[in-house]
Design a binder for this molecule. Structure first.
Ligand code: HEM
Length: 449
């Protein structure tokens, strides 16, 4: 006699892997977000400034006063999770030092955590803040990945994108001309320009851009420590959808390669070939980093220049100032506020002994307002001579691969916007994204004319 019941007839049989999936998700969330969340929360209650920065929405929206409180405690101070630095000199030293890495030694973690990491590991749920993403692996793997993608971002290759960036900006602004006076500038322009440019570069169909934007927004949250389970689930669904898309995309390019970077990566000779997992990690990072950051640069720039109207007017009158303006926006309100490194060996930081395995939170947004480097750092000044000394693109071996492209998109995107709509004004309250690592706007209402 059959053991099937009415309830199971017709339902596809669950594989053992699928049956374990919910437990894996919980394990992954617990080690990557649940536990850090508890530590940060406890720290925040006890007055720890990093805890407050990462858990308190108001501090996250306006972190600069808190950075100054931290600076008053010295160039390096203890936080909920290791040490923290708001200092430009210390941050720059750490980022350029081979005594610090982005990876961490799992073998030193408690047994339960090691087990949860192993059990929770699932390629299709892996985000850009997890290995083998280039962002979080040390040499020699980092060197191998970086060498492959750098080919597409040499200064010459970047300069060659210029006509495409200009064409894309023009087309988006043509559409805005028709939309009338009042729009959300993030939705209609700042988010669209970078996603269209990177989609072109990676040979992914631009018709899918709304999917990428939705997935990217959800996945960007995984850069932040301490996500709630609910937000983590949303992010994980987006990651699975992105991996599914990438799988199909790679298969298509293997059949019909184009002259884009991804075709090059899927067609590498055996001695250079990336594993499937490495390929997913690399392309997902390029796609996500390609638009999740530059949108913030564009939005932050418009808000700052609206608040400093004389500087906007000066740029409208003399567009040669845009290069400097973009550097000052990157410095003053950095799209990536936070990164971190782990000491690989015992080191001394600003006179303090640091044990191997110690995590240091590097506050890029605070380093970029260090008065030892930038005079009157809270002042927004597009003519600032040394704005380019900022660490908004990091430094050392993980220095942003796409910095040249981001600058190009920033300058062309903003210059063209100002040329078309010189009287543009912010016309409602801009809404910040609910993110910690990335800083930018979710909505930016403007009147164009
Ligand atoms: C304003 C825009 C951008 C900002 C502020 C920015 C910022 C950063 C920062 C701070 C890092 C290093 C993080 C660390 O050291 O831990 C980084 C790495 C990276 N960025 Fe960007 N980025 C931007 C645009 C782009 C674009 C357009 C791409 C295009 C593909 C891109 C691709 C990457 C990649 C692949 C890495 C990893 C590099 C490595 O680990 O060696 N970024 N970015």
């Amino acid at each position: 006699m059959s053991t099937e019941t009415a309830a199971t007839v017709g339902r596809p049989a669950r594989t053992p892997a699928a049956a374990l999936r919910p437990a894996r998700t919980v394990a992954r969330w617990a080690v990557r977000h649940g536990l850090p969340g508890v530590l940060l929360e406890r720290g925040a209650r006890q007055g720890d400034l990093v805890g407050r920065l990462l858990r308190d929405r108001a501090a996250r929206d306006e972190p600069y006063a808190l950075y100054e409180e931290l600076r008053a405690r010295g160039p390096v101070s203890p936080g909920s999770i290791g040490l923290v630095t708001p200092s430009h000199a210390v941050a720059s030293g750490i980022l350029r030092s081979d005594r610090f890495g982005v990876g961490w030694d799992r073998s030193a973690a408690p047994r339960l955590i090691r087990w949860a990491l192993r059990f929770g590991d699932e390629p299709d749920a892996t985000g850009v803040a997890e290995p083998p993403s280039m962002l979080v692996v040390d040499p020699p793997d980092h060197t191998r990945f970086r060498r492959l993608v750098s080919r597409a971002f040499t200064p010459r290759a970047t300069a060659a994108f210029e006509p495409a960036v200009q064409r894309t900006a023009d087309a988006l602004l043509d559409a805005l001309e028709l939309r009338g006076g009042h729009v959300d500038l993030i939705e209609t322009y700042a988010a669209q320009l970078p996603v269209l440019v990177i989609a072109d570069l990676l040979g992914v169909p631009t018709e899918r851009r709304e999917d990428f934007l939705r997935w990217g927004a959800a996945a960007a949250a995984t850069l932040d420590p301490g996500l709630s389970f609910r937000r983590y689930l949303t992010a994980e669904r987006a990651l699975r959808a992105m991996h599914g898309f990438l799988r199909e995309h790679f298969a298509r390019l293997r059949r019909e390669p184009g002259d884009d970077l991804v075709s090059l990566l899927v067609g590498l000779p055996d001695d250079e070939a990336l594993t499937e997992r490495e390929l997913h990690a690399t392309v997902m990072l390029l796609l996500g980093a390609g638009f999740e950051t530059t949108v913030n640069l564009l939005g932050n720039a418009v808000v700052l220049l609206d608040a400093h109207r004389d500087q906007w007017d000066a740029l409208v009158a003399d567009p040669s100032g845009w290069d400097g303006a973009v550097e000052e926006v990157l410095r003053h309100d950095s799209p990536v506020q936070i990164t971190g490194r782990t000491a690989k060996e015992g080191v001394t930081l600003a006179g303090r002994g640091v044990r191997p395995g110690t995590r240091v939170t590097v506050l890029l947004g605070a380093a970029n307002r260090d008065p030892d480097v930038f005079a009157d750092p809270a002042r927004f000044d597009i003519g600032r001579a040394n704005a380019r000394e900022h660490l908004a693109f990091s430094a050392g071996i993980h220095y942003c691969v796409g910095a040249g492209l981001a600058r190009l998109e920033g300058v062309i995107g903003l210059r063209t916007l100002a040329e078309r709509f010189p009287v543009l004004r912010v016309s409602g309250r801009p809404v910040r994204r609910d993110l910690q690592t990335l800083r930018g706007f979710e909505h930016l209402p403007v009147t164009l004319r």
